[in-house]
Write a protein that binds this ligand. Sequence first.
Ligand SMILES: NC(=O)c1ccc[n+]([C@@H]2O[C@H](COP(=O)([O-])OP(=O)(O)OC[C@H]3O[C@@H](n4cnc5c(N)ncnc54)[C@H](OP(=O)(O)O)[C@@H]3O)[C@@H](O)[C@H]2O)c1
Length: 281
Amino acid sequence: MVSASANREFFNQQLALQSTKEENSVTTEFDMSGKVALVTGASSGFGVHFSKILAARGAKVVVAARRIERLEALVAEITAAGGEALAVEMDVADSESIAQGFDAAEAAFGTVTVVSNNAGVADVKSSLKTDEASWDKVVDTNLKGVWLVANEAAKRLVDAGLAGSIVNTASILGLRVASGQASYSASKAGVIQLTKALALEWSRKNIRVNALCPGYFLTEMTAPLLEIPQGKAFIDATPAKRFGEMDEMTAPFLLLASDAGSFVNGVALPVDGAHSIGNMH
Ligand SMILES: NC(=O)c1ccc[n+]([C@@H]2O[C@H](COP(=O)([O-])OP(=O)(O)OC[C@H]3O[C@@H](n4cnc5c(N)ncnc54)[C@H](OP(=O)(O)O)[C@@H]3O)[C@@H](O)[C@H]2O)c1
C-alpha cells in the first residue's frame, strides 16, 4: 500500500515533468529528421507513398521489397528530391532475408527506429477454392511477415537502447469480413491482434506498435476491381462512394509513425471514409 505522502510526491513529480516539457517543447509536428525508417512493400502502392513522405520530412529511408529495380527507381526519385534512401531486396516471409535487410540498413544509416510493416498480398477466392499454397502465401506474407519484421526491429532497438515506432498496415478486412477474402481477412485480423499484443509487451521498452486499417485505395492490389462489372457498384455502395486518395493516408500514417503520436499505442486506426462502420439493412 502506497502512503498518501508518497502518492502526493509521485503526482508532484509527474506535474513537474509536464511543465518542463511544455517550456522546452520544440517539437515540429510530423518531423522525422534523425529517424531511420524501413518500409516494406515499398515497390508499389502505399509503400511508395510512405517512403516518400518519410523522406520528405527528413528521415533516412530504407525501401524494401522483392522487386529491386522498382526500389532503385524510387531511391533515385527520393534522392533527386533532396532525400536520403537505400534500396534493399527483402522477402518478408523469410527471416534470413529480413535480417540481411536490417544489416544493410544499419550499415548505411544506423539502427532502424521507424518501421512501416506494409508488405501484403491478397488472393481473392472462395474458401472452398483456396488451396493450402494460396493460404500459406497470404498468411505468411501478411501475418508472419509482420511479426518477423517487427521482432527483428525490436531486438535491434532494445540492443541499441533506442525508442521506436512500428506502423503495421492491416485493413478494414481485419475488422470486418467480405466474401472471397477468408485468408486475407484472417491474416489482417491477426495483424490487428498482433499489433495490440506487441504494443503491450514493448511499451516499457519505448517501442510503440500501431496499425492502419485502410479502406479501398487504388493500387495494384485493388486494380482488378476496375476490370470487373461489379467494381463500380461496389465502390458506389460505400459511404464515401469513392476510393481513398493516397494523400488522405499521409496524416494518419505520420501520426502513428512520428513523435507527434508518442502516447498513441496499440491502436488499429481505420482510414476508410466510414466504410468499416457498415450500414444495417
Ligand atoms: N489498396 C488497398 O485498398 C488496401 C486496403 C487495405 C489494406 N491494404 C494493405 O496495404 C498494404 C500495401 O498494399 P498496396 O495496396 O499498396 O498493394 P500493392 O501495390 O500490391 O503493394 C504490395 C507490396 O507488397 C510487397 N510484397 C508482397 N509480398 C512480399 C514479400 N513476400 N516480401 C516483401 N514484399 C512483398 C510488394 O512488393 P514486391 O512484389 O516487389 O515484393 C508490393 O510492394 C498491404 O499490406 C495491403 O494488404 C491495401
